[in-house]
Write a new protein. Structure first.
Length: 336
């Protein structure tokens, strides 16, 4: 990527963020965000990736407050144990636990899936939330994937596929299991380079992050198409939390960090507000049996036009299968 295209990618990402901030500010001035209310979910089990911090922590806490069994999938044992302790204390729900999962390692994801299955628990909700953003230097995961596409996208691609049988076994018509995947408004300015998903020819932290978030939208739509074709009682939706005051911004331009520090309380959503759409997608009766949607502020909205391109969805799915060792059943399922 030339310097010019890297600068263009950065500008586009910042412009997407700024547009969301202006909309959030307007909404705050016009009455603010109204906390949604959801029915209790005492018999249901959820996994939340990246549930140790930020939006994931708030999501895990809200699900626990609804009475769910919540498993936090995280890669930092100390922080995860603290998160579990705090959630248990604050929600008075004892059914919260931590299971180690480093999403930047396919081996760790496989071990996580095995460890979860050993528990013989059902699985009703999988929240694919963990992520990194704008890592300044091109960094590789254990398996040699560029970190944004590897962790944010391929990690969740593999995890979801390894847990699909548990989701399918736990969903029922009228009470479907749900896959909730956290994307971002940056997907609107993302470009998918199928020939160079790992940014090996040149690297822009902004383009790499936006690409990973775009891939997650394409993934969710194709997953829903497969589930529909197989008649499975599982839905897959993708959510956009807005611009949220979390540590995700640790790598952004210092000026943005300064603005966030001073005005974050006003411009940004709180982590709890940022979690509302994820929780909505996970539990609301309004979405019973409804999948393949892009949700923002607890409402369906349109994602980038290219995300509806079925050929691109299939191509990305096939490429992801070959990179993660997942069997691609697309052709078989659609030819039935
Ligand atoms: N904040 C926003 O404005 C915003 C906007 C749009 C979308 N999002 C999306 O929302 C999601 C949550 O972001 P956030 O704002 O809550 O960020 P955050 O506060 O930085 O939380 C990210 C979470 O991901 C976990 N994580 C990072 N690397 C991991 C790994 N290798 N394995 C397992 N877990 C890992 C982190 O755990 P450790 O720190 O312990 O590694 C942490 O719990 C992300 O997907 C992000 O792209 C956020």
């Amino acid at each position: 990527m030339s310097l010019l295209s890297a600068a263009r990618a950065a500008l586009r990402v910042y412009a997407a963020g700024a547009a969301v901030i202006v909309a959030q500010l307007l909404r705050r001035c016009l009455g603010g965000f109204v906390e949604p209310v959801f029915p209790p979910q005492p018999e249901r089990v959820a996994i939340v990736t990246g549930g140790t911090d930020g939006i994931g922590y708030a999501t895990a806490k809200r699900l626990a407050r609804l009475g769910m069994t919540v498993i936090i999938a995280g890669n930092n044992k100390v922080r995860a144990q603290e998160a579990v302790k705090k959630i248990k204390e604050e929600t008075l729900n004892d059914k919260v636990e931590f299971l180690y999962c480093n999403l930047a390692s396919m081996g760790s994801i496989q071990q996580f899936a095995q460890a979860f299955k050993k528990k013989k628990l059902p699985l009703h909700v999988l929240v694919n939330n963990a992520g990194v953003m704008m890592v300044p230097q091109r960094t590789m995961t254990v398996d040699g994937f560029e970190e944004h596409i590897g962790l944010n996208y391929l990690g969740h691609f593999l995890l979801t596929n390894l847990l699909l049988d548990a989701l399918k076994d736990s969903g029922r018509p009228g009470c479907t299991a749900r896959v909730v995947t956290v994307s971002s408004a940056t997907h609107y300015v993302g470009e998918l380079d199928l020939d160079d998903l790992h940014s090996s020819s040149s690297y822009s932290p902004h383009a790499a992050y936006a690409q990973s978030k775009l891939a997650l939208v394409l993934f969710s739509y194709h997953l829903q198409a497969l589930l529909d074709a197989q008649g499975c009682p599982v839905t897959a939706n993708v959510v956009d939390p807005g611009v949220v005051n979390t540590d995700l911004y640790r790598h952004v331009f210092w000026g943005t960090r300064l603005v966030k520090k001073i005005f974050g309380w006003w411009f940004f959503k709180t982590p709890d507000e940022g979690a509302w759409t994820s929780v909505y997608a996970a539990v609301t009766p309004e979405l019973e049996g409804v999948g393949g949607r892009y949700l923002y502020n607890e409402k369906e909205t349109k994602s980038l036009e290219v995300t509806y391109d079925l050929k691109l969805q299939r191509q990305l799915w096939a490429r992801s299968c070959s990179m993660t060792g997942v069997l691609d059943v697309t052709q078989e399922v659609f030819s039935r």
